[in-house]
Write a protein that binds this ligand. Structure first.
Ligand code: ATP
Length: 657
């Protein structure tokens, strides 16, 4: 305590005048203490909590104490042996936690610096704890700067601790014998207080995050509808119990899995900017297929970047099983897939399509194997279903298998089933394959061109001998199933290249039907556009929405690499997105609007395949290498884009450097 400072305190006490040399913070505090009529010679009344009240007060400030304690311990370790005390007080000035150096404990006792004591200015006059809380800022109080003489033996520094919302929760203080305080100690207190604040913020974020999570999990569970949340890579991040029930899977089987692989889906990302999107989907899981109605909504982060999608899933009520007249308890056929299409639902008046339909109707009358060839989205599965519906097997199952979606090592067990113990993970009691499930009905082998060669051998044997063995089985099985296969590939060329077995090709090529791409039957486009407009206008309740003739003209000029599926998706997107009453050319997706450029490019590059390859390359580059985004931009499914990448030998790494 310097004489000078002592002189300032004496002057104030004797004259009531505060000398100008007194630090403004201390000056304001002295004025407050005078107003509170604090006795400046000694503390008249110490306020001390009972042990029970102290425990309650600590409980009320539990989070602050829990976060601060380890940081205070560290600070105390740094100051150990130097005669200091590290103190945490609450916002009212009650000391909640103290770490005291042995050398200082007798001083502390003298002035009642202990847990439970109140060090606000009203009780103790000017001091770092009370004054930092009153001023709401870091404060040092040395020796005679203390208002009460008995505290002149102290030097202290305190820094208020603010909670995440900015409210002062308490103060962190270091007190020593007068003459001990230094700037370095003050700095250390400030840093420790900042650490406490940072930890409190993190804890708050964590708590709010957990709360939000619990809130939305609670909401999701309350919903009768199924809800699934996926991230931008299509990974399932959340789903509710209703969704599990509808989709026939357990939550733990889905979380962390890719939705397209899980449910054998395509084209989930067709709309980049739509606020919401409604569609019917057939979801196929290891437990079978279900037709569902989905409403999806893209979700965006604070910076506007897409973060994933939420899907609301409902079982489809007007199931196509009504068409077949065959229902199980849930309104779905007992085995096999939902059959939705008959020839009546196939839209198109073009000569080509009419020829295709008339051949299909004829072959429906007999049991011959049918090979449907055509680009993706041309309606191969639709025709296969229509053939089944027109045939005498219409009351039997229709079992669709996407050969490209099954891992090569599982193709045989999927098609022919397996016996218990056939391999690790094999189900108890074994499992029937798709052929067995298709007994008395039709089996539709889609993407047959993607079937692994090994499986081709087994398929050929089954077709020739009309019997097969389950994997790991000894007993041969005979089934009565009509076989329809489809591919977007040129099988004859694949045979030439050795990629497809010639004997199987001959076996399948009994009735070979080629479905022309949409660009080869442009006269069907207006009919299809109108039909899809009707469907989606009704769905979203916008009967007034019209498509301008100039928009239709552009749609007719586009090459539709994704064919009818792409056209349907585009119309659905427009109905959902367009705000006014008219769909103008400007509303069309960029790739369609730029058909002039496309035409020019086609003229330059020659074939449509080359054009398609270039379009895929450009989309991948434009989307920074994200295949999902590129597929969405091109309005094609992810499996389609991957297939085309393989087909055209596109080197993604080379593209994006
Ligand atoms: N002529 C048509 N009239 C009405 N809708 C059609 C027609 N052709 C196809 N579609 C619709 O287009 C979509 C794609 O048809 P489908 O799945 O049968 O094509 P695909 O050739 O089997 O495709 P992929 O090879 O990609 O499996 C379906 O939603 C189907 O309803």
């Amino acid at each position: 305590m310097g004489n000078n400072e002592a002189g300032l305190w004496n002057t104030f006490m004797e004259t009531g005048e505060i000398p100008v040399q007194v630090d403004p913070i201390i000056k304001r505090s002295w004025e407050r203490c005078r107003k509170y009529e604090v006795n400046h010679h000694k503390v008249e009344k110490n306020e001390l909590l009972s042990p029970a009240r102290l425990r309650e007060t600590i409980q009320e400030n539990r989070q602050l104490v829990e976060v601060a304690t380890p940081i205070m311990e560290d600070l105390f370790m740094c100051l150990r042996g130097l005669g200091f005390m590290v103190i945490l007080a609450d916002a009212r000035g009650y000391l909640l936690k103290c770490f005291t150096d042995d050398d200082f404990s007798s001083h502390a006792r003298k002035v009642m610096l202990c847990e439970g004591a109140n060090w606000s200015e009203r009780f103790k006059g000017t001091n770092a704890i009370g004054t930092s809380l009153a001023e709401n800022q870091p404060v040092t109080v040395f020796a005679t700067e203390h208002y009460v003489r008995e505290n002149h033996i102290l030097a202290c520094a305190a820094v208020p601790i603010k909670g995440p919302g900015g409210k002062t929760l308490g103060t962190l203080d270091v007190t020593g014998e007068s003459g001990k305080g230094s700037d370095r100690v003050f700095c250390m207190v400030k840093m420790a207080a900042q650490n406490i604040e940072r930890e409190m913020r993190l804890l708050d974020i964590q708590t709010r995050f957990n709360l939000n999570r619990a809130k939305y999990e609670g909401l999701m569970e309350l919903m009768r509808e199924g809800a699934v949340m996926i991230d931008e890579d299509g990974i399932v991040r959340e789903m509710n119990q209703s969704a599990c029930k509808i989709l026939g899977l357990k939550k733990e089987e889905c979380l962390g899995e890719n939705i397209e692989e899980l449910f054998n889906l395509n084209n989930l990302w067709v709309i980049e900017s739509a606020t919401s999107h409604t569609r019917e989907l057939t979801v196929s899981t290891k437990n079978g297929s279900t037709l569902v109605n989905t409403r999806t909504k893209r979700i965006y982060g604070p910076d506007g970047s897409p973060q994933g999608m939420v899907a609301i899933v409902n079982p489809e009520d007007k199931s196509a099983s009504e068409v077949t007249g065959k229902k199980s308890g849930r309104g779905l056929p007992e085995r096999g897939n939902v059959v939705r299409y008959t020839f009546d639902q196939i839209i198109g008046q073009s000569k080509y399509l009419q020829q295709v339909i008339s051949i299909c109707k004829r072959v429906a009358k007999n049991d011959s194997t049918v090979l449907l060839q055509g680009e993706t989205g041309t309606g191969k599965e639709m025709l296969a279903q229509a053939i089944h519906q027109e045939s005498s097997r219409r009351n039997g199952p229709f079992v669709a298998v996407n050969c490209a979606a099954i891992p090569p090592e599982l193709v045989e067990s999927e098609l022919f089933g397996y016996e218990e113990g056939a391999f690790t993970g094999a189900r108890k009691g074994g499992k029937p394959g798709k052929f067995e499930l298709a007994d008395k009905g039709t089996i539709f082998l889609d993407e047959i061109g993607d079937m692994p060669l090994q499986a081709q051998v087994s398929l050929l044997r089954a077709l020739q001998e009309k019997q097969f063995f389950r994997v790991g089985g000894q007993e041969s099985k005979t089934v009565d199933a009509r076989v329809i296969v489809a591919t977007h590939r040129n099988l004859a060329q694949m045979v030439e290249e050795g990629a497809f077995r010639q004997d199987l090709y001959f076996r399948l090529n009994v009735v070979n039907i080629f479905i022309p791409p949409l660009r080869a039957r442009k006269d069907d486009i207006p009919l299809l556009v109108n039909a899809f407009l009707d469907k989606y206008r009704a769905k979203v309740g916008r009967p007034e929405l019209k498509l301008l003739p100039e928009t239709l003209e552009i749609l007719q000029g586009y090459s539709w690499p994704g064919n009818i599926r792409e056209l349907e998706n585009v119309i659905e997107g427009l109905v959902n997105v367009v705000e006014g009453e008219e769909i103008t050319p400007r509303d069309l997706p960029e790739n369609i609007r730029n058909r002039q450029k496309e035409k020019a490019a086609a003229a330059k590059t020659g074939t449509l395949q080359e054009l398609e390859k270039e379009a895929i390359k450009k989309a991948i580059v434009d989307c920074g290498g994200s295949i999902s985004a590129a597929a969405a931009r091109l309005n094609i499914g992810r499996s389609t884009i991957y297939r085309k990448i393989r087909e055209y030998n596109i080197d993604i790494k080379a593209l994006i450097g």
